[in-house]
Design a protein around this ligand. Sequence first.
Ligand code: ATP
Ligand code: MG
Length: 411
Amino acid sequence: MNTTHITTEKDLTLYNEKKPLATSINIWTISDDDLFIDPLSYYSEQWSNAHFTFLNFEDYCNKLKNQSNYVKPDLVIIDAKSDWVNISNNLKKKISKSLPILLITDDTNTEILRNALKLEIKDVLSIPFDESELDNLIIKCSELKSINRKQAKTSIFINAKGGMGASIIATSISHILALDGELTVLIDPDAQFGSSSGLLSLIPKYILSDALQQVNTLDEIAISGILTKHDSGLRFIPNRSDHLYDSINDINEQAFGDFLAKLKGSHEHIIIDLSRGLEKQTLPAVADADNVFIVIQQNIPAIKEASILIKQLKHLFGFNQEKIKVIVNRYSKNIDINPDEIKKSLHISDIILVPNDYISVSSSTNLGELLATHFEKKPIVKTLKEITSIITNKYTVEENGFKKVFSFFRR
Ligand SMILES: Nc1ncnc2c1ncn2[C@@H]1O[C@H](COP(=O)(O)OP(=O)(O)OP(=O)(O)O)[C@@H](O)[C@H]1O
Ligand SMILES: [Mg+2]
C-alpha cells in the first residue's frame, strides 16, 4: 500500500503558510485512493492561491463531459495507480496539448518513464519525495501562467446622449465575441437603468458593487464565481439589483480600476456599457480603454454632444483619433443628415452605420431574443459582426494585400 509521502524538514504540525504565488493556479489531482489524496489535501491547505480540486475517476469523467462548466486546470497531478496514460491523453486532447501534468508514483520503472516522456508529462515524482520538489513545480507553473497571460482588450460603448443604443450594441457585440469563442466579460455599471440582464434574460448572481467591496481578495477563481455566465460562454456583471430597496449601488472609482485590472488577467475582452456617458466613478474604464465607441443617431443634439465628448476624450485622456470610433445607430438613408455631414462636423474620416431595425431590436429588448442567434441574417447583425472584427483586430484579405474591415464603412 503506498501513501503519498511528502518528507519535509519541518514537523508536519509546524506547517507554515506558503508565500502567495505570482498568479493563482488551479490544480486537479486525480486518484481513487484516499491514501494518495489525504497528504496532498493537507499540503494544499498551505497555499492561499493554489486551488486544488480532488477528483476520483468518476468525478474526472463527469467534469470533462461538461466542458463549459469548469475552470480549466493549470496543472494536473495524477496518481500512477490510475489509468494515467489514457487520462493524460484525454486531458491533452480535451484541454490543451501543453497542459502540464505531474505523475506521482511509488514504482518508477523504465516503462513508466518511457511512457511519460512519450506523453510529454511535465514531471514524475517518486514517493517519497521532498515537499520542496512539489513546491517548485507549482511555483514554476504559476510563473509560466503569469508570463503567458495576455491582457484583455477593453472596449467601451459610450452614449453621446441617453437612449442612443449603447446597451443593445454593447450586449450584442459581447454576445457575438463569446459565440466566436473569445473569453469575454460584459460590465454594465448602470445601477438604475442597466438593461443587460434583461437583454441576456439572466438573473445575476452578484452585482458590481458586491465585487468591488471585496476586490482586494478576489483571484481568478473567485472572479469566475462572481460573474454570471450566459449559455454562449459570455460572462457578465451588472450593477442593478431589483430586489434591494434600501441602498444605492455605488461604484468606488479606485476599486473599479482594481477590478478591471484583475479581469484583464483572466479574459480576452472586456466590454463596458457606458450608457450614461462620462461619469467620474467609471472613468477608470475610459482611461483603460483600447477602443472607444461613441454611439449617436442622426440628429443635431446627438452630433453636438458627440463633438464635445470627442474633445473631452482627447483632452482628458490624450486619446488619438484611432482609438475613437463613432457609431451612427438606427441609421436610415431617409433621414436628411447624411454620413458625410456627420463626419465633417465631427472631423472624423470613418463612421460605422448600424441600420435601424425596429422589428429585430424590439424582439431583442422585449423578448430577450439575442440578435446574433435570432436574427443572424439581418443587415444589423452583419454590421455588428464587423464592429466585432475591429475589436478582435481580424482583417479581411484583399487581392492586393491585407485590408482592414473598417474600410467597409467608408461610404
Ligand atoms: N438599431 C436599432 N434599430 C431599432 N431600434 C433600436 C436600435 N437601437 C436601439 N433601438 C431602440 O432604442 C431603445 C434604446 O436602446 P438601448 O437601451 O440600447 O439604448 P441606451 O442608449 O442604452 O439607453 P439608455 O440611455 O436608457 O441606457 C431600445 O429599446 C430599442 O428599441
Ligand atoms: Mg443603456
